[in-house]
Design a protein around this ligand. Structure first.
Ligand SMILES: Cc1cc2nc3c(=O)[nH]c(=O)nc-3n(C[C@H](O)[C@H](O)[C@H](O)COP(=O)(O)OP(=O)(O)OC[C@H]3O[C@@H](n4cnc5c(N)ncnc54)[C@H](O)[C@@H]3O)c2cc1C
Length: 381
């Protein structure tokens, strides 16, 4: 940890009379914090390692399903899905393409508003994060687990000083903050700023497939990854994959919660009942709903009012020394590699070449879109 910063930044720092433990300190190591892998020099992703039920990332499979607003990010989506699929195939990982809805979709009477597009599919979330964390040290990063960050302040010689709950302090020229559902709390405590990012309590729901119907709901049988976003239904699913004889069918959203004190057992409102009603209406005879899901795992969304991400400098006294990546609103996982590159470039270069090359206007993701406009980006879903 005491090793000097990499030559590129150390040279620049020496010229200015500055010296930091690290070029960039990344708080934390969820998917977004694990992906700024292109950081040159020494970076330290530190993660508070909240017990899994408290964290946002949970469960094995994420669906790179198209979000209704995905058109806003065409470049990153392509960057993200292409390389990861290739890498996972090489590693024998779980990137498995879904199928377009069509004749091969068995049985269900699909609702209007469902989406299942060519290119959607499933990936192994746990393996993806593990892979990026394994790659980070090869790029010179030092990973600190169980390091809950309780303070970020301006350094005496510029940059930032990051303080953990055990009293350790690290100085960095720059800092990237990606703390998921804890963003509003941390930003408020270090900068006194209110971010409109609301933690929502949500669930992974695993439903038992009725005997004899198991094969119908698999990738091999052509069952798709799909979203059914058509009020009052906000339901999505992946093919039966993770657990034999079960299928994951979830609702998008959930009640507001405090990430540090939520009711893990019954805090999800009527979400389970709504999914059960949807299953009975649109997949009759295939999935067991009497008695509820076979298993449920609590999880959290970090929701913005317009469900668009926040990718911005913190500003104020921190200026461009602290970069925030947050508010991924339940559809961020697939964007991890692209967002990670953008966050890394903002920290190192002050601007994101990746976004510019992809034709993505980052103004769409600035926090000031909510100034005098609580709903943020206009939507026509
Ligand atoms: C049920 C569910 C289903 C989802 N399905 C999809 C999907 O199908 N497709 C998709 O693209 N996305 C999906 N998502 C969304 C996706 O998982 C998130 O957008 C993504 O995980 C956000 O990543 P993150 O790194 O910002 O946050 P997280 O993964 O929540 O990571 C934040 C990390 O910060 C750490 N932390 C918090 N506070 C501190 C602190 N003070 N100091 C140090 N560390 C700290 C926590 O321990 C945690 O590890 C889903 C989310 C949920 C909950």
């Amino acid at each position: 940890m005491a090793a000097p910063a990499a030559a590129t930044v150390a040279a620049a720092a020496a010229a200015g009379g500055h010296r930091f433990d690290f070029d960039v300190i990344v708080v934390s190591a969820g998917i977004m914090g694990s992906c700024p892998r292109r950081l040159p020099g020494r970076a330290v992703p530190a993660d508070g390692a909240r017990p899994p039920p408290l964290g946002g990332r949970r469960g094995r499979v994420r669906a790179p399903r198209p979000h209704p607003d995905a058109a806003a990010l065409p470049g990153p989506a392509q960057r993200c899905l292409g390389p990861r699929r290739r890498r996972e195939r090489r590693r024998g990982g779980g990137g498995r393409p879904g199928r377009q809805v069509g004749r091969r979709v068995p049985g269900p009477r699909w609702v209007g508003g469902r989406r299942s597009e060519r290119g959607s599919g499933v990936l192994n979330a746990t393996e993806a994060v593990r892979m990026f964390q394994a790659l980070a040290p090869k790029k010179g990063a030092v990973v600190r687990d169980n390091a809950e960050v309780v303070g970020i302040r301006k350094g005496p010689e510029g940059g930032v000083v990051v303080e953990t709950s055990t009293g350790e302090e690290f100085s960095g020229a720059k800092c990237v903050v990606t703390v998921g559902a804890w963003t509003s709390k941390l930003v408020k405590s270090v900068a006194g700023v209110d971010f409109p990012i609301q933690p929502l309590h949500t669930m992974f729901l695993y439903w038992r497939i009725k005997p004899g119907r198991e094969r119908e709901l698999t990738v091999e049988a052509g069952f798709p990854t799909f979203s059914s976003y058509c009020a009052p239904h906000f339901v999505y699913s992946t093919p039966s994959l993770e657990r034999p004889g079960m299928i994951k069918i979830n609702y998008h959203g959930g009640p507001p919660c405090d990430p540090d004190s939520r009711d893990l057992v019954s805090g999800d409102g009527d979400g389970v009942e709504r999914v059960a009603r949807w299953i009975d209406e649109f997949m009759p005879g295939r999935v067991e709903t009497a008695g509820g899901p076979a298993d449920r795992l609590p999880c959290m969304y970090s929701m913005t009012p317009d469900e668009d991400f926040v990718i911005d400098f913190l500003g104020g006294k921190f200026g461009e020394d602290v970069v925030i990546g947050a508010g991924f609103s339940g559809h961020g996982f697939k964007m991890g590699p692209a967002v990670g590159s953008i966050l890394a470039e903002m920290a190192m270069d002050g601007e994101a070449r990746t976004a510019a090359e992809a034709g993505v206007e980052l103004g769409h993701f600035r926090i000031n879109r909510f100034d005098g406009n609580p709903m943020g980006n206009a939507k026509d879903l």
